[in-house]
Write a protein that binds this ligand. Structure first.
Ligand code: BG6
Length: 304
């Protein structure tokens, strides 16, 4: 993408800025500058692929519940910030390039006036999120983290971070018939058992209750299966998730009890979503030397 803004932001909910992407055949996506947050991705017939809560709060610095929150500089509590998942999802990004079907948003620290974005993470960095939608039913998202300290500068130092693209997928047929494929044999940390180490024995992961797991060293190609009701194969929908750079994935569904405790999430909405988050988490933080950058990507592809 060239550094030209040919598709400028427009007013979204509560006057927040968003960029609307559209391909020639009618796939669309919406990306808010608040958190560089994708809130919507739809097919030409208008079907939502991502879940966004009806109770999501579009009011910074609250993170938006649904879509694809960007977790940086930490996933969960795996870093120096008090706020779960770091501060990127609570911060306003700058649009630095756009076309009708792609956008680049950037968050920098120190900011324009020289102050650090967060005293908890005082490293100089640039976080870039690139989003592209395509006519072949794909959404491509790239996260680039750069240590902007000058190489050779006496005060320049490496920094480390954990991260995730915390994607909420919409389930058209409900959580009872949903599953995730591709994680058999992978080690995971069970966040519901104080991150106890386990091995995934099942070919498909299903959701009989709350699930919150960090799969370490996960394969790059996974599938979300939105299974047909009563096993009807013709109703089955799949989204393929292809990651690169991120070593891990997180699988999460809050189930009924936790859903009730979340103020920006409907009590019954857990039935309509599942999170499969490409992450750099359980397998360790990324360390970045001055002047160096790290790139992680996910490509989501609809197949139905
Ligand atoms: C997931 C975590 O990534 O995010 C869960 O594994 C957490 O433990 C969930 O509950 C939602 O987090 P938050 O901060 O958006 O409510």
């Amino acid at each position: 993408m060239t550094d030209k803004i040919s598709n400028p932001p427009v007013a979204g909910l509560n006057g927040l800025q968003k960029v609307i992407l559209r391909t020639p055949s009618g796939y669309t996506a919406e990306v808010y500058t608040h958190g560089a947050h994708i809130t919507k991705w739809t097919t030409p017939s208008g079907e939502d692929i991502l879940f966004c809560s009806k109770q999501a709060i579009f009011s910074p610095p609250t993170a938006i519940r649904g879509g694809v929150p960007v977790c940086f500089p930490q996933f969960g509590d795996m870093g120096p910030c008090k706020a779960q998942h770091g501060f990127a999802r609570n911060s306003t990004f700058e649009v630095t390039a756009s076309t009708p079907f792609s956008v680049r948003m950037v968050l920098r620290s120190p900011t324009g006036d020289g102050s650090m974005l967060s005293p908890e993470f005082p490293a100089p960095f640039e976080l870039t999120i690139n989003v592209t939608v395509t006519d072949d039913a794909k959404l491509h998202q790239e996260m680039v983290v750069k240590n902007t300290a000058a190489e050779g500068d006496a005060s320049a130092a490496p920094f480390s971070f954990t991260a995730a693209l915390h994607t909420y997928f919409r389930l058209h047929n409900g959580i009872a018939s949903a599953s995730i494929e591709g994680l058999q044999g992978v080690k995971y940390l069970d966040s519901l058992q104080a991150r106890k180490e386990c091995i995934e024995e099942n070919k498909t992961i299903t959701f009989p209750g709350e699930v919150d797991r960090i799969y370490c060293g996960a394969p790059d190609e996974l599938q979300i299966v939105d299974g047909g009701q009563d096993g009807k194969e013709e109703e089955e929908r799949r989204v393929a998730v292809d990651k690169n750079g991120f070593n891990d994935v997180v699988v999460w569904n809050p189930a009924a009890e936790k859903a009730k405790k979340m103020k920006d999430f409907g009590d019954e909405e857990w039935k309509d979503m599942v999170c499969l988050e490409v992450a750099q988490a359980g397998s360790g933080a990324v360390e970045l030397a001055p002047g160096k950058q790290w790139v992680g990507t996910q490509t989501l592809e609809i197949s139905w």
